[in-house]
Write a new protein. Structure first.
Length: 102
């Protein structure tokens, strides 16, 4: 009987599949007041982009109205959004950061 139970448990374990968690894009939104250098600083500090990547994303925000900073799980994305919003307010900039499902 213990052999049967062991085989059933192994079969059950092999058929269970986990789905990856939903991913979320973190976006910066353009405004007419936040300096471009500040946006580059945000991208380097909170999203670990190098200067070139940060500048490219900043220009996308400036020209297209928004730019993708990264794609993360829901909790990580929400934390990044809160960090950026808090940092922007402390430095008195109206920069908006949002997340949307990927």
């Amino acid at each position: 009987m213990s052999t049967q139970y062991k085989e059933d448990a192994e079969n059950q374990a092999s058929t269970v599949r986990t789905t990856p968690p939903p991913m979320y894009k973190v976006l910066l939104l353009n405004d007419d007041y936040t300096p471009m250098d500040f946006v580059v600083q945000i991208l380097q500090q909170f999203f670990h982009k190098d200067r070139e990547q940060a500048t490219r994303i900043m220009l996308q925000v400036h020209t297209q109205g928004h730019g993708v900073c990264g794609i993360y799980t829901k909790d990580v994305a929400a934390t990044k959004v809160e960090q950026v919003l808090h940092f922007s307010r402390v430095h008195q900039h109206p920069l908006q950061c949002v997340m949307e499902e990927n």
